[in-house]
Design a protein around this ligand. Structure first.
Ligand code: NAD
Length: 418
């Protein structure tokens, strides 16, 4: 069993893990449905996940070195790998729950390939995928929703040149647009959806198929209809593993408490393990007890923790946006990039198997792989240091974000009672 996360020495006082069963108010509105495209009104929402006893205690870096990743794999392929990519510069991997898969600590989030963060030239998108693979990224995540199938199509074209057996390809079912009416978790639709994704991705099987943003669906339907349908596809060899994704952590608990044991292999959580929100830690013991693999997406909080700031559709309330912008400016004034600080922070959490970052240019891929190597003290990323030179600025940034710590926003329907 892996150790519970070790966090920066400046952070213990402000890491508040939270119960995922907390009594929260969630509002079903169109604004919840636009995490990636479109323009959404923003709502000011107070912290919705108060701290609870019994959550894992934060540890500090001063208690020991960052845990080493599971193992450093040998080079994954000669395809797309040039002489500069020695084995020592490849990303480490970690086991993904009980799936038997080993995934790169940094995963390729393909929502930008659908235009979620602005237009992306297809050749640049394809080069980004190839560059990521050459640097040791093996997990690629997409969805029919991203760019309304564009992301899957472009990713499929890029992956055509790479060895299928060395890729962990994950996509999703159930979400097909920005409107609440664009969700369909029925057995018939998700079965058809997998067939469509296989065609767009140009592959014979999908490694991880995930129910996309379950909080917008009927969670009982997901338990009683969607997961059994996906299990059938697994039996047919069209998909290998099944997962669920979403924002409110409580929704994962609701489904996992009721689903047939073994019917959910992976949970993909987003925006809940990053500089401004670490509530995911409160769910780690539960998820571990269920044997599910944990993927953390949006370590930059969908662009909030970048110098350029988030896109217009970002659902963060103004107070959080402003605090993030101030923190980014402070980091820059101290000669640091908040994106690198934020990514390093997320990657050092050993209970997360892979951290998915949206990447749409080879330069961003290189920057993030270098950050990962540096944060983990592995290989020849950046200057090869363990990132401790960033500790002081990281502590300052965390303190600046403390007033908005664990602030989130509404997403999906209210949880069913019981
Ligand atoms: P993110 O936090 O990874 O932020 C992405 C944004 O940050 C993009 O604009 C990207 O260009 C920018 N960026 C990345 N690296 C940077 C760097 N070094 N410097 C400056 N900017 C940088 O958010 P995301 O893309 O939403 O999440 C990552 C992936 O996780 C998605 O692409 C998707 O695959 C997955 N995801 C899934 C769900 C879900 O299933 N519900 C939700 C969110 C994300």
């Amino acid at each position: 069993m892996v150790a519970v996360g070790r966090l920066h020495k400046a952070t213990p006082a402000i890491i508040s893990s939270s119960s995922t069963r907390a009594n929260t108010t969630q509002i079903f509105s169109a604004s919840n449905c636009r995490p990636h495209i479109g323009t959404a009104p923003r709502r000011l929402v107070p912290r919705t996940l108060p701290s609870q006893p019994g959550a894992p205690a934060p540890l500090s870096l001063s208690q020991g070195p960052i845990q080493s990743p599971a193992r450093l794999n040998a080079p994954h392929s000669n395809v797309m790998t040039d002489a500069s990519d020695a084995a020592s510069s490849l990303l480490p991997r970690r086991p993904l729950g009980n799936t038997g898969l080993e995934v790169s600590v940094l995963g390729f989030g393909a929502s930008p390939l659908g235009g979620a963060f602005g237009d992306v030239d297809e050749s640049v998108a394809i080069s980004s995928v190839h560059r990521a693979f050459a640097r040791g990224v093996n997990l690629f995540d997409t969805s029919p929703y991203y760019g309304l199938t564009k992301s899957e199509t472009v990713l499929g074209r890029a992956l055509r040149d790479l060895p299928r057996s060395q890729l962990v390809l994950s996509t999703k079912v159930g979400r097909y647009g920005a409107d609440p009416r664009d969700f369909d978790f029925s057995a018939a639709r998700v079965t058809r959806s997998v067939a469509e994704s296989l065609e767009r991705l140009q592959v014979p099987y999908i490694d991880i198929i995930q129910c996309h943003d379950i909080e917008f669906g009927d969670l009982d339907q997901i338990v009683n209809e969607t997961l059994p349908a996906l299990a059938q596809l697994r039996n047919q060899g069209l998909v290998r593993h099944v997962g669920i994704t979403g924002l409110p952590l409580e929704a994962f608990h609701y489904v996992l408490d009721r689903a047939e044991p073994g019917s959910v292999d992976v949970v993909l959580s987003y925006c809940h393990y990053c500089l401004n929100d670490t509530t995911l830690l409160g769910s780690v013991p539960y998820l571990r007890s269920r044997g599910v693999g944990l993927i953390n997406a949006s370590p930059l909080s969908m662009g909030l923790l970048t110098r350029g700031g988030p896109p217009d559709w970002h659902p963060a309330p103004p107070g959080l946006r402003e605090a993030a912008a101030r923190a980014a400016a402070h980091a820059a004034a101290r000669g640091r990039d908040i994106a690198a600080l934020g990514l390093g922070f997320a990657l050092r959490q050993p209970d997360v198997s892979s951290t998915l970052v949206g990447m749409a240019s080879p330069e961003v891929v290189d920057a993030n792989v270098d950050t990962a190597m540096r944060a983990l003290g592995t290989g020849a990323g950046g200057d090869g240091s363990d990132g401790s030179d960033d500790d002081e600025v990281l502590g300052e940034v965390l303190r600046m974000l403390e007033p908005v710590k664990d602030t989130t926003w509404p997403s999906g329907r209210p949880l069913p009672r019981g």
